[in-house]
Design a binder for this molecule. Sequence first.
Ligand SMILES: Nc1ncnc2c1ncn2[C@@H]1O[C@H](COP(=O)(O)OP(=O)(O)O)[C@@H](O)[C@H]1O
Ligand SMILES: [Mg+2]
Length: 651
Amino acid sequence: MTDIEKKAFFYLGREYDLERGQALADRPTMYDARDLTTHAVCIGMTGSGKTGLGVDLLEEAALDGIPSIIIDPKGDMTNLLLTFPDLLPSDFEPWVNVDDARRKGQTVAEFASSTAQTWAKGLAEWGQSGERIRRLKEAADFVIYTPGSDAGVPVSVLQTFRAPDLSFDDHEEDIREIIAATVSGLLGLVGVEADPVRSREHILLSLFFEQAWRNGEDLDLTRLIEMIQRPPVRKVGVFDVDTFYPEKDRFGLAMALNNVVASPSFSNWIKGVPLDIEQITRAPDGRPRVAIFYIAHLAETERRFFVTLLLQQVLSWMRKLSGTTSLRCLIYFDEVFGYFPPYPANPPTKQPLLTLLKIARAFGIGMVLATQNPVDLDYKGLTNAGTWFVGKLQTDRDKARLLEGMEGVIAESGTMLDRSYLDRLISSLKSRVFILHNVHADRPVLFMTRWAMSYLRGPLTRSQVRQLTRPTQTVAAAAVGQVAKGTVQPQRPSEREAEATEALPPGYSPIQPRVHGRVAQYYLPVRISDMQAAPRPGASGGYYASRERGLRSFLVYEAHLFGMASVLLGGGQGSAQQHAITYVGPMPDAHGLVAWDERPDVEVDSRDLATEPYGRALFGVVPSGMTDVQPYTRLRNDFADHIYRAWQIPA
Ligand SMILES: Nc1ncnc2c1ncn2[C@@H]1O[C@H](COP(=O)(O)OP(=O)(O)O)[C@@H](O)[C@H]1O
Ligand SMILES: [Mg+2]
């Protein structure tokens, strides 16, 4: 029997016997990873199993050490992070759809339990187990990037338009293409549909980009706005700048871009990791990344803009790679609807997609484009696609368009790809059954996709993405602020001043870190004396004592995260119970994780909290980013969520 773990082959499913209406257990569909370098298209109506197939492909790639970049307009691909090797009901519970449970008349716990069973059973039927899920999780680093939001890993896209790391002399054409798409994306973002050849805003901005990038200068929006107002060039072609594009008209464009900078959400576009494909596709520990770009929360123009920039970055990264015949990286587009339409539509995403389809092969980069809308695909651009996955299509219009698009394929092949047979076949396919046509294989096959290892629960919301990205923090509270843990009472307060500045314990300062006034700060009571602290030199659990030059001890405060909440559990007959919950733990950094579940290392009674330090003291550092209010707002929500989930009404 074929080994489903065969290296460099993707176990996608099993051959499907149409007559018997079942998949054949002894006929696994093993797809040669190299074949993907000629790209694949996946077409089928909603519910035909495209996303499931995509997830299967990406799981297999990860197991084989191949990184992937996933464009996820609907939010379904986030499910790749829902992998539970132990397949426990409690693993599924936070993620099951509450409405589904209700519809089945089950509690969430019951529904989670039956879902866990379904998954375990499904996997077993397809020759897989929790152990395989464990290997998958270990094989790659799964990350959800959220451009324009900090729910997942934020991506900095508007901060800089970095000069490509390519020589202008050797790559003039390529760089021009990058500029054209960047400018189109940018203009799209401010609502200007611009023709790259004829529109003056496009020509002018492209000129600025070219000038800056030729000199190796990065650009940002602020600089661009300045350039529009005071152009660093005198001529555009043979015309004077002011004749070509008069100053008062340029002002309109500058204003439009300025509105982007001034919008409240702009800050979300400039913070985060840079769009550096090398870093995005490799974790610091060397493992491949499964990089999911979640864009479901963005407006249409923002999505296009972001996808354009991302594809451009892929193109510039790719051009520096050496050639290869093996599959090096996968680019998966879950719903390509609107991004790759037929002529005459020409969104800024189309050109980079066409270029990638044309040249990515030489660099070992495989594209997989999925869509439910065959009418919206530019088949001309797909003539080179080597693999077609065709699932169920219902309307005649969709079928006709697909068959027309696949014309070349149909003409040269035999039986299964006979036009009238195909026509009937396509509308009769069951969910998860696809026709696989691969130019590298000798014949087309009908197959059923294997059970996905990831829990396919459907699109996640932004707050679920947040929860998934920072798994150990979950809760909610009335107040989350800082608490400083005070410790050793100074022994000889009067003598301390001079000494303290002479030989401060490392990492402490007599100056208290400044924290935003809206972050509540409290001081814990000092519970041990300096005499008790002194026998334990060094800093431990917040104390600092030193024996140098005689017995010395310092009162030190270290910032900790403090959360306090009161939970009202309503029973029947008005028997409500109130519980006070406190959390004290290490200070996270601005995007850090908080394990709200962990037992606090100090017990806190809110009546003991002071609003001032207990006498003269030294202070530890507050992690950068934690001196501002925003992270605490996020943490407060997390704390509330956690409590909501962790505290159940006793049955
Ligand atoms: N490989 C798979 N393993 C398990 N369940 C699947 C698989 N593929 C699809 N499904 C189930 O079928 C449903 C619809 O499939 P999906 O892939 O989302 O369709 P599409 O993307 O074509 O709309 C999924 O929500 C899931 O429940
Ligand atoms: Mg889908």
